[in-house]
Design a protein around this ligand. Structure first.
Ligand SMILES: O=C(O)CCC(=O)C(=O)O
Ligand SMILES: [Fe+2]
Length: 415
């Protein structure tokens, strides 16, 4: 038994998407019609199968991260990775390849005969994590999505982003996880099929070996958990079992769905998910966030900072008492968080300031400004009261003040 992800046969309006999926934070499968005009689909997907030759011709010499079987990820040219993928007896997964960036390196940027692979669908245009809107927009036609201007830009664009391409052989998979800081994701199959299994945020604790401990082992593969379950191994640790006492219930509440070529799944914030390629599969996956899940992102950042600080307890004990030790310890924690997850408080507030100063999309595709403002105000209030606030670098506070100043300009009553 499993729960059902709705499969839409029409492309919803933003209002429908907002009301039924974004605001209630629920998954949905969107139809191939939404992305039918993407050059990537036309060029790399033929009858649902990957056109390897076209991919090699366009990006063969680009370096991509590759995982073979259960080995560590390594980097190699896409041409060699594709050869491996097509010949290896083990599953091969090219993961987190920055395709948009690859399309806009110097050589590609100048080559306007090569079409830009795709533009973010407008339902996901309010994206603060990939907000590359230029300071002065060239023309109003670019206003609906922050990457639309790139389609005609001849500038090389290499800023870091969360826009990925995944290329996997049949049987390759991504184990159970939640996306970075509870960001949303959306994922479109250019060619091939995937099976998704998702769990709602309220069920997350039951996916842990010790449900009351946030950092205890997470269930890995669904299939392995099922094997252990049927072998009678799962249950409370203190009763002699291996842990995962809630698996027997949570397994019944899994949302399971197969994704066909061209379809796009919206993965809500803080939903755990596992993905398996049922055939060779090429997909585009973005992590994204905006005011609708910003509070959840803030909570996740706070939890991460707390977990890292706890893990560094012995360092704290060593430093304690020395002059300015709190500042040093707070700085170290921020550094480790940044290494582990890519960004810490500085990145968080820089993203918020950018989104306020240069909104990534037209307001038609974003929640009401009053909601955005009150959400950020509440987070600024919480941030100022953090016990480590006095010790954070001044640059972080400057960004928070900038966010606050931008908000007050927005809320000033008209004269
Ligand atoms: O397609 C995959 O293997 C993983 C995708 C994923 O986890 C995501 O889009 O959030
Ligand atoms: Fe994910």
């Amino acid at each position: 038994m499993s729960y059902v992800v709705p499969v839409l046969d029409h492309v919803p309006s933003y209002d429908e998407f907002y009301r039924d999926y974004l605001a209630p934070n629920l998954p949905v499968m969107l139809p191939a019609a939404m992305v039918a005009s993407w050059p990537a689909i036309q060029r790399y997907g033929h009858d649902g199968r990957i056109d390897w030759e076209a991919l090699c011709a366009d990006f063969g010499d680009h370096q991509v991260p590759v995982i073979v079987g259960s080995a560590e990820r390594r980097s190699m040219a896409l041409r060699d990775a594709i050869h491996l993928l097509r010949t290896s007896s083990e599953p091969v997964y090219i993961k987190d390849w920055h395709l948009v960036r690859s399309s806009r390196t110097d050589a590609h940027a100048r080559d306007q005969s090569r079409p830009f692979p795709y533009v973010t669908p407008c339902l996901f245009a309010d994206d603060w994590m990939n907000n590359v809107t230029p300071h002065a927009r060239p023309t109003a036609t670019y206003a609906f999505a922050s990457d639309a201007w790139l389609t005609q830009s001849t500038e090389a664009y290499e800023a870091d982003d969360f826009r990925f391409c995944y290329l996997g052989s049949r049987g390759s998979y991504t184990p159970l996880h939640r996306d970075v800081y509870t960001s949303y994701s959306w994922s479109t199959n250019i060619a091939g099929r995937k099976r998704w299994r998702l769990f709602a945020p309220d069920d997350a604790r039951w996916l842990r070996q010790f449900p009351e401990r946030r950092t205890s082992a997470l269930a890995s593969r669904y299939a392995e958990m099922e094997q252990a379950f049927h072998a009678g191994k799962l249950g409370a640790y203190q009763d002699g079992y291996e842990g995962w006492p809630g698996w027997g219930q949570v397994r019944e509440r899994v949302y399971e769905i197969e994704q066909e070529p061209g379809q796009t799944i919206f993965v809500p914030s803080n939903w755990y998910h596992e993905v398996e390629n049922l055939t060779d599969c090429m997909s585009i996956n973005h992590n994204w966030c905006n005011a609708m899940n910003l509070t959840s992102m803030y909570d996740a950042m706070e939890a991460e900072v707390e977990d890292v600080a706890q893990a560094l307890d012995d360092v704290r004990a060593m430093l304690a008492g020395q002059p300015a030790w709190q500042r040093e310890f707070t700085h170290l924690v921020q550094q480790v968080v940044e290494q582990d997850a890519g960004w810490a408080w500085h990145g968080f507030w820089a993203m918020v300031v950018d989104a306020l100063r240069r909104p990534p999309c037209d307001p038609t595709y974003a929640p009401a400004p009053a909601y955005v403002q009150s959400t950020i105000e509440a987070l600024l209030e919480r941030f100022r009261k953090r016990p480590d606030a006095p010790w954070l670098a001044s640059g972080v506070h400057d960004l928070a003040s900038e966010a606050s100043a931008t908000l007050s300009l927005m809320t000033k009553p008209p004269r």
